[in-house]
Design a protein around this ligand. Structure first.
Ligand SMILES: Cc1ncc(COP(=O)(O)O)c(C=O)c1O
Length: 368
């Protein structure tokens, strides 16, 4: 029986049969007696497999869990042969940008950074490329790119990978849109409670096998406790996402109305450049937004320090609302992120408290 993703989240990855435990336990084990499917702790683990089975069902592929989102992304980049070509967005998660720069500098890959919102530019750069990497919505500029159009235009020998961290499989399904691989930092919305680091890649059985080999060989294996927590986080993803997304929309609309704010980047705003595409490609506009204050960087810092509900902290996707001056980092500015850009991760607190907090913090920030 086909089940709704919201049901798969709750029901998937559980032991079955009479007398079975309802939850797959935290399996602490490094080796197995000869004769079964698993031989050593780096080749697999029952707790990871429970998490992977749910992620695979949600994305429509075979899932491989990793120690972190960046470990998952690294395994995908490692599918590119030495000297191969990678096409990536000009602006994306800065950790990946740094790694791509490093790969190019070390002569391990030719990396072309392109405007991912321009389908023709991506396809031109992708001629003869081994891998095209997309991130939509992008971190932190909230760019939306057309996964299906890019997938359709790519040659068979070019892999298309999409970082779906900001959307989770509930809001966007890159494999169904023609991508070969979807990568998530499970540290964020999937885990959902800012208490673990984990990543996951989903693709065909063949690609998943290659990625499992990379995981085994390079050792970027998740912890069993983390896999248990990520699976527990997944159980409530649908309801967390619904609340956090409504909060993000309300925050974006509130900020857009403020005289202190020059612009808000959130695909749920009708005037956002990617709004129409997001409305067809995504099932909701997500929990992340960015904005700038007219008064500039110092005021942005004061705002982030004046909030009482939002924590001034990096990361995203947890139940707790966070905000930070994203442009403080040199690598962000090198990608074109404005110095004073503030990135917001909407949590699941009551919306009235979030708006009241922003109201008082904006007043304090503009006093001094
Ligand atoms: C879009 C995106 N992808 C990947 C990552 C890396 O994930 P992790 O911190 O779990 O390694 C992050 C981290 O912030 C991210 O925002």
């Amino acid at each position: 029986m086909d089940r709704h993703p919201d049901t798969a989240l709750v029901q998937g990855g559980r032991p079955e049969g009479p007398g079975a435990m309802l939850n797959t336990p935290i399996v602490l084990n490094s080796t197995y007696r000869v004769g079964g499917d698993l031989s050593y702790g780096r080749s697999g683990n029952e707790t990871w497999e429970a998490f992977e089975s749910v992620m695979g069902e949600l994305e429509g592929g075979s899932a491989v869990a990793f120690a972190s989102g960046i470990a998952a992304a690294t395994a995908v980049l490692d599918l590119v042969p030495i000297g191969g070509t990678i096409v990536a967005p000009v602006s994306l998660y800065m950790g990946l940008w740094s790694q791509l720069k490093e790969r190019a500098k070390d002569g391990r890959a030719n990396v072309h950074f392109v405007d991912q919102t321009d389908v023709d530019a991506v396809l031109t750069a992708a001629q003869g490329a081994d891998l095209v990497w997309l991130e939509t919505p992008s971190n932190p500029l909230m760019q939306i790119c057309d996964i299906a159009a890019i997938a359709e235009g790519l040659g068979d020998s070019t892999l298309l990978a999409v970082d779906g961290t900001f959307t989770t499989p509930l809001l966007q399904q890159p494999l169904a849109l023609g991508a070969d691989l979807v990568v998530h930092s499970a540290t964020k919305l999937i885990g959902g409670h800012a208490d673990l680091l984990m990543g996951v890649v989903i693709g065909s059985d063949e690609l998943a096998e290659k990625l499992r080999d990379k995981r085994y060989a390079h050792g970027a294996t998740p912890g069993s406790l983390e896999a248990f927590l990520a699976l527990r986080g997944l159980r409530t993803l649908a309801v967390r996402l619904e609340r956090a997304q409504a909060n993000a929309q309300a925050i974006a609309e509130f900020l857009a109305e403020s005289n202190h704010v020059t612009y808000v980047l959130y695909p749920g705003l009708s005037w956002h450049k990617g709004h129409a595409l997001a409305a067809t490609q995504m099932r909701g506009f997500g929990t992340m937004l960015s904005f700038e204050l007219a008064a500039g960087h110092e005021t942005a810092e004061r705002l982030c320090n004046a909030t009482q509900v939002f924590a001034n902290a990096t990361s995203l996707g947890g139940v707790e609302s966070l905000m930070e001056v994203r442009g403080n980092r040199e690598s962000e500015r090198a990608m074109g992120t404005p110095h004073a850009l503030i990135r917001v991760s909407a949590g699941i607190e009551h919306c009235d408290d979030l708006i009241a907090d922003l109201t008082q913090a904006l007043a304090i920030a503009h006093q001094g």
